[in-house]
Design a binder for this molecule. Structure first.
Ligand code: FEO
Ligand code: CA
Ligand code: CA
Length: 661
């Protein structure tokens, strides 16, 4: 989500020092060849074909990415209301909003094009605004590229589009339907048999019904795991034990664990709550105020903090779902800290510890990493990898990043009793440190970043990449100045930062530099030109490594900026391919009008790419007109007046070859 309506993303008014030094692009480092840390553990789990962060066992054989070929002709920018891919490629829409998920034993209510499906029907259908997604192979020892599960985040709703009549009148049933359109979907997909490695004419299809299919919504019970479970700040009237929360919201990016589960970040949850006229200091630091975009509190008092002051503390977590067990209770992992989490991505140390990276997409917020106390446990007879590691993410150490001006950085531990994190400063225990991770990071002097979005981990080289999508307030009066890591004032184009850990992924120091500063060299304003080698883009959001080690970048330019000003020549949001060793960038896919390109996941053979098209046809106000829902786009149905629908897109080569090769 581009979030231009949101004010929560600049609620950091702490006084951390800023570093007044502009980054030196000449200091770029070349990726060095390295060992394949962690891959042995993946093999032990039988999951080497679906390694974390989209990287895979192939990385071990491709230490020098400079030689990896990009074998497609770059696309020009597009303003068309369609998905475009290079010559020789096919793009197919799957599982749009409102399509029945195919839950075994439940009805499969058909999509109603006038949006008149009820709340209970919506709870059995694909939710709205698809975001992060991952592919989980089902057969062949967990490595098949023919049949698998897609787990998909449904980040938020456009209530102008979701209901007949939009928000008028605003009813309890509409709130229930909006809540059912949020959350996560698990669906089963299968590739039609074709000649060679290419799918047949039917392409990819949903398997329905499927025993795996599931919808998780804003009302699904979640266990609370980790040090904040049961904490007084987590207790509510409905849950006096503070151990069972209802629902997940703002589910943005996704990560896959080496033990086969799905991690999803709760991002813009603060926008769902309303507070008193004068919010508490804790609420203000988290962007909760007396204003409400989604209008849930009018019919669901759970989202009114005057009546339920601790309810917001139960959101802002990384949630873990076991897609292979539709009966499993998903868990909020509090040890990873509370934030406007974009998502979470896992690396594995040589010793077998999980290291989880996570950013907080909000202006001047932080980048975190968590190091598990225990090592990843292998599956046992009758015990799945997910079950064997059911509490792995509940014990460990959380750190926040400080990027120093000399190209070095430190991971600062967020541990109660250490440094300033004392009861006198408002941190009674580790639970409070985690619930107030922003306030704790403020005190530690962490670096305020330009909206960290997705991260991607190169297991072979130990370099970790993070998109910093943009920050229009950087350097403005009253806001933090530029620093080495965030070097541009009024940074409307964004950049991609990367770091290499000292030693292993659990190292407490690192070296960093910028992969690139985004922009368009044709712009007159030097601050928006960037230094991209190849196709210009701005507002990077999704990043993910493909099985060959190329880095794919999805953009999220807000609809109010798209094709205007510094974005005038960049077209609709797109998916680009970058060789991180050479910096070369090529545009691979362009999306329909008003959409964001998000999520990127491959089958293990690298021959099918799945991405999500989010909010096609979004209006500049970010809320559609119910009188004219197809004003800006009618993708993907392309019928006169048809509502635009977020959807997954499967991309493959006509000749069955590897994507991008
Ligand atoms: Fe949901 Fe930060 O994008
Ligand atoms: Ca974004
Ligand atoms: Ca995003």
């Amino acid at each position: 989500m581009a979030k231009s309506f949101s004010e929560m993303e600049d609620s950091n008014r702490s006084g951390n020092p800023s570093i007044h030094e502009v980054s030196d692009p000449a200091r770029r480092q070349v990726l060095r060849a390295g060992g394949a840390a962690g891959l042995g553990w993946l093999a032990a789990l039988g999951l080497a074909g679906c390694a974390s962060g989209g990287s895979g066992a192939l990385l071990a054989t491709v230490p020098n990415r400079a030689t990896v070929k990009m074998g497609f002709d770059a696309l020009p920018p597009s303003t068309a209301d369609s998905v475009r891919v290079p010559l020789g490629y096919v793009a197919q829409t799957l599982a749009p909003w409102g399509e029945p998920a195919g839950i075994a034993g439940a009805p499969m209510p058909a999509w109603k094009p006038d949006a008149s499906n009820s709340a209970s029907e919506q709870a059995l259908q694909m939710g709205m605004h698809h975001d992060g997604l991952n592919y989980y192979p089902l057969d062949g020892g967990g490595s098949t590229s023919r049949r698998g599960l897609l787990v998909i985040n449904h980040e938020y709703t456009d209530d102008g589009l979701l209901h007949p009549g939009g928000l008028v009148p605003w009813t309890a049933d509409k709130v229930k339907k909006a809540q059912a359109a949020h959350g996560i979907a698990v669906i089963e997909v299968e590739r039609a048999a074709g000649a060679g490695s290419a799918p047949g004419a039917a392409g990819w299809q949903m398997v329905r019904p499927s025993k795996y299919a599931r919808r998780i919504t804003a009302n699904t019970p979640f266990a609370i795991g980790g040090p904040a479970a049961g904490h007084p700040m987590m207790r509510t009237a409905a849950d006096p034990a503070g151990r069972l929360a209802l629902g997940t919201i703002g589910n943005c990016a996704s990560g896959k664990t080496p033990w086969g589960t799905y991690l999803s970040g709760e991002e813009n949850w603060a926008n769902y709550f309303t507070a008193a006229d004068t919010p508490t200091a804790h609420e203000r630091r988290w962007g909760i105020r007396k204003a409400n975009w989604y209008r849930w509190p009018e019919h669901d008092e759970r989202f009114d903090t005057v009546r339920h002051p601790n309810e917001p503390n139960r959101f802002g977590w990384v949630v873990e779902v076991d897609p292979m067990d539709p009966q499993s209770t998903p868990v909020k992992r509090t040890a990873l800290g509370r934030a406007a989490h974009e998502g979470a991505w896992v690396a594995v140390t040589q010793a077998g510890r999980a290291v989880v990276y996570s950013g907080e997409d909000a202006r001047f917020e932080y980048i975190y990493k968590f190091v598990s106390r225990d090592t990843i446990r292998p599956a046992r007879p009758g015990v799945s990898p997910a079950r064997a590691n059911a509490d792995l993410l509940d014990h460990g150490t959380l750190y926040v990043a400080r990027f120093d001006a000399n190209g070095r950085g430190r991971w600062l531990p967020l541990v109660a009793g250490q440094g300033p994190l004392t009861p006198a400063n408002g941190f009674a225990d580790q639970g409070e440190v985690l619930i107030k991770a922003r306030q704790a990071s403020d005190l530690l002097g962490a670096t305020k970043m330009d909206r960290p979005e997705w991260l991607a981990i190169d297991e072979a080289t130990r370099w970790v990449y993070c998109t910093l999508t943009n920050n229009r307030d950087r350097g403005k009066p009253g806001f933090p100045d530029v620093d080495a890591a965030n070097p541009r004032a009024e940074n409307v184009m964004g950049h991609i930062i990367r770091w290499q850990e000292d030693g292993d992924f659990d190292g407490e120091g690192f070296a960093w530099n910028h992969l690139l500063l985004a922009g368009d060299p044709a712009n007159a304003d030097a601050r928006t030109q960037g230094n991209i080698r190849g196709d210009a883009f701005g507002s990077p959001d999704t990043i993910a490594f493909d099985p060959r080690g190329l880095l794919w970048v999805g953009t999220d330019v807000s609809t109010s900026s798209m094709n205007q000003g510094p974005y005038a020549r960049l077209g609709n949001n797109s998916l680009l391919c970058c060789n991180p060793a050479t910096g070369e960038v090529r545009r691979f896919l362009t999306g329909p009008v008003g959409c964001e390109i998000t999520g990127a996941t491959w089958t293990p053979d690298g021959r099918t790419l799945f991405i999500n098209i989010q909010h096609p046809g979004e209006s500049p106000s970010e809320r559609s007109s119910p009188e004219e829902p197809s004003r800006f786009s009618n993708w993907p149905d392309k019928l006169p007046g048809s509502r635009p629908r977020s959807a997954t897109v499967a991309v493959w080569r006509e000749d069955g070859g590897v994507i991008g090769a």
